[in-house]
Design a protein around this ligand. Structure first.
Ligand code: DX5
Ligand code: ZN
Length: 253
């Protein structure tokens, strides 16, 4: 439906040289930078990466849109600080003139109280959709794209499809590896969710994150993804990032 966007995941970069990695990705022709913001609080995402101060520093280091994947149990604790960091100041625009970035929150953490035993699935999912819609409005308040992410084990909820169809979010991230770490194998079973979502939402940005290589990129794009996130395969490419991005584009288009 739209042109393919490629987003190197900084999780696979040298954390002692993140500024250089941003510059390298920019020079190599990346469209977005994927930034995994994990704080270890969510049971399904047992890793601790970086937070708003580091994102603010990245904002100053590149004109590329920063697309933050917030996989934490309590997004409210850090959302405002993260939004200010991604946008380049309180409610502001990035100083480098970079395109607006985005922040994606996980569906699974949207209202654990609604997950209680005895709550009907439909009621639970509509409570989660309302919570996600609230986060999305705050994200958009900073001029950023609002996203929602699904872990591989989470089936595609009807309430999420409804929210996306109604334009309540700008993108949906389908995670193709277990949350937390790069370098895992691509879980092809998630492609059914991508197909279903694409059929329901022709104009939605659908991001596939995790396990993307020249082999799996055509599968993700063929199922309907228009943003591909790649970490270890891209940063580990023997000919460098530019060659890796060209190879991904050629394979997927
Ligand atoms: C995993 C992260 C991914 C990760 C992808 O939880 O969300 O963004 O960096 O890395 P690769 O491409 O190595 O699977
Ligand atoms: Zn990610």
């Amino acid at each position: 439906p739209r042109s393919l966007l490629l987003a190197p995941s900084l999780l696979a970069a040298d954390f002692a040289a993140l500024g250089a990695a941003c510059k390298e990705a920019e020079a190599a022709g990346a469209d977005w930078l994927h930034v995994d913001v994990f704080d270890g609080s969510w049971e399904l995402c047992p890793n601790f990466t970086l937070g708003p101060p580091v994102v603010a520093a990245l904002r100053g280091a590149t004109a590329l849109p920063l697309d933050c994947h917030l996989a934490v149990q309590y997004p409210d604790r850090h959302l405002d600080a993260l939004l200010a960091a991604v946008a380049g100041g309180p409610g502001g625009r990035p100083p480098g003139g970079g395109g607006a970035g985005g922040v994606t929150v996980h569906w699974e953490v949207a209202g654990p109280e609604a997950w209680a035993e005895g709550v009907e699935a439909e009621q639970r999912d509509s409570a989660a959709a309302a919570r996600v819609a609230g986060w999305a409005a705050r994200i958009r308040g900073y001029g950023l794209r609002a996203g929602v992410a699904l872990a591989p084990s989470t089936p595609l909820p009807g309430a999420l499809v409804g929210l996306a169809r109604a334009g309540g979010v700008d993108q949906v991230l389908i995670l193709a590896v277990d949350p937390g770490f790069g370098g895992q194998g691509f879980q092809g079973g998630v492609l059914g969710k991508v197909r279903e979502l694409r059929a329901a939402c022709p104009d939605l940005r659908i991001v596939v994150d995790g396990g993307i290589s020249a082999l799996t990129a055509p599968q993700a794009a063929g199922a309907g993804a228009d943003v591909l996130v790649s970490g270890s395969w891209l940063f580990g490419h023997p000919q460098g990032l530019a060659a890796g991005l060209a190879e991904l584009r050629a394979a997927a288009e």
